[in-house]
Design a protein around this ligand. Structure first.
Ligand SMILES: *[C@@H]1O[C@H](CO)[C@@H](O)[C@H](O)[C@H]1NC(C)=O
Ligand SMILES: *[C@@H]1O[C@H](CO)[C@@H](O)[C@H](O)[C@H]1NC(C)=O
Ligand SMILES: *[C@@H]1O[C@H](CO)[C@@H](O)[C@H](O)[C@H]1NC(C)=O
Ligand SMILES: *[C@@H]1O[C@H](CO)[C@@H](O)[C@H](O)[C@H]1NC(C)=O
Ligand SMILES: *[C@@H]1O[C@H](CO)[C@@H](O)[C@H](O)[C@H]1NC(C)=O
Length: 242
């Protein structure tokens, strides 16, 4: 009789643990989110925004915004897009301020435990400018799955709807304000494969378009001179954006 009851206690505590770890469904009511997450959100001065003005994935270039910030867009049919631009300073090397600009899109899920999962489409990229590094300016692929612990939307009396998102480790992102209830996003498909075939770094000749839905607005050619000297395309996820 002792063993079964011990088992019961162990099982009960296991259930309790998984319950405590956040399997309780979140109620997405107006207290949790004063409006839907669908739309385009932008932090601070709102100079950084997703959509056509920020990045050109087909040739892996950026239009640098005037100021740093972040922008997230969510569509009603499950796609997200992120634009980020920031500077990192290094305490031990105060003059070595690194600039990081990045773009990525893919599909997102609002999980029942209140978290958000984002799975990229494979054409995300970022540019690192580090004046103190041997390779001071390079572009690399960015294809990390992202996980956000939680999110909330409040209504700010002066600035309107305000989105708060918390990263995998609980640290907050800069609050973002709703700039458009209709999301401003690039076409929700892999724009690199839509623009050319798999090899990115050697393309200088026009490529036949293999998919019928390649967007016209985005160039099909990889232009070698596009980015200054040391262009490095790495399928690597070692440099995290946040
Ligand atoms: C929340 O749900 C997601 C998706 O099901 C899962 O990956 C994550 O581990 C859950 N988080 C917690 C804290 O249980
Ligand atoms: C909060 O978000 C949920 C999940 O997307 C949505 O169904 C609900 O309508 C939102 N609440 C309001 C007040 O818009
Ligand atoms: C800061 O600079 C030092 C010296 O160059 C380097 O070892 C360290 O990794 C840098 N830290 C960060 C966070 O980049
Ligand atoms: C990007 O990441 C997703 C999710 O992990 C994966 O399915 C996909 O194959 C990756 N694409 C590339 C080009 O690495
Ligand atoms: C990259 O593509 C964009 C969008 O088509 C275009 O406006 C821009 O001029 C291109 N940049 C380079 C350096 O080819």
């Amino acid at each position: 009789m002792i063993i079964p009851s011990l088992l019961t206690v162990v099982l009960a505590s296991l259930v309790g643990t998984s319950f405590a770890q956040g399997s309780t469904p979140i109620v997405y009511d107006s207290i949790h989110n004063a409006t839907v997450i669908v739309g385009t959100w932008s932090s601070g001065s709102k100079a950084v925004q997703t959509g056509s003005g920020f990045a050109a994935p087909a040739n892996m270039t950026f239009n640098y915004p005037k100021t740093t910030g972040i922008s997230y867009s969510f569509s009603a049919d499950g796609f997200y897009e992120i634009a980020r631009y920031r500077f990192n300073s290094n305490g031990s090397e105060p003059t070595c301020i690194t600039g990081v600009i990045g773009w990525v899109h893919g599909t997102y899920t609002l999980n029942t435990n209140g978290s958000i999962s984002m799975v990229p489409l494979g054409d995300g990229f970022q540019q690192i400018q580090d004046p103190c590094a041997a390779n001071s300016n390079f572009v690399e692929s960015y294809n990390l799955t992202e996980y956000y612990q939680s999110w909330r939307i409040f209504q700010d009396p002066t600035q309107g709807f305000k989105l708060h998102m918390f990263q995998f480790d609980g640290s907050p992102l800069a609050p973002q304000f709703l700039v458009s209830a209709t999301p401003n996003m690039l076409p929700t498909e892999n724009l690199l494969t839509a623009a050319s075939s798999s090899s990115v770094s050697r393309r200088s000749e026009p490529e036949p378009v293999t998919t019928s839905n390649a967007p016209e607005a985005l160039g099909r050619h990889w232009t070698k001179s596009a980015i200054s000297a040391g262009v490095l395309v790495l399928v690597s996820a070692t440099v995290s954006l946040l």
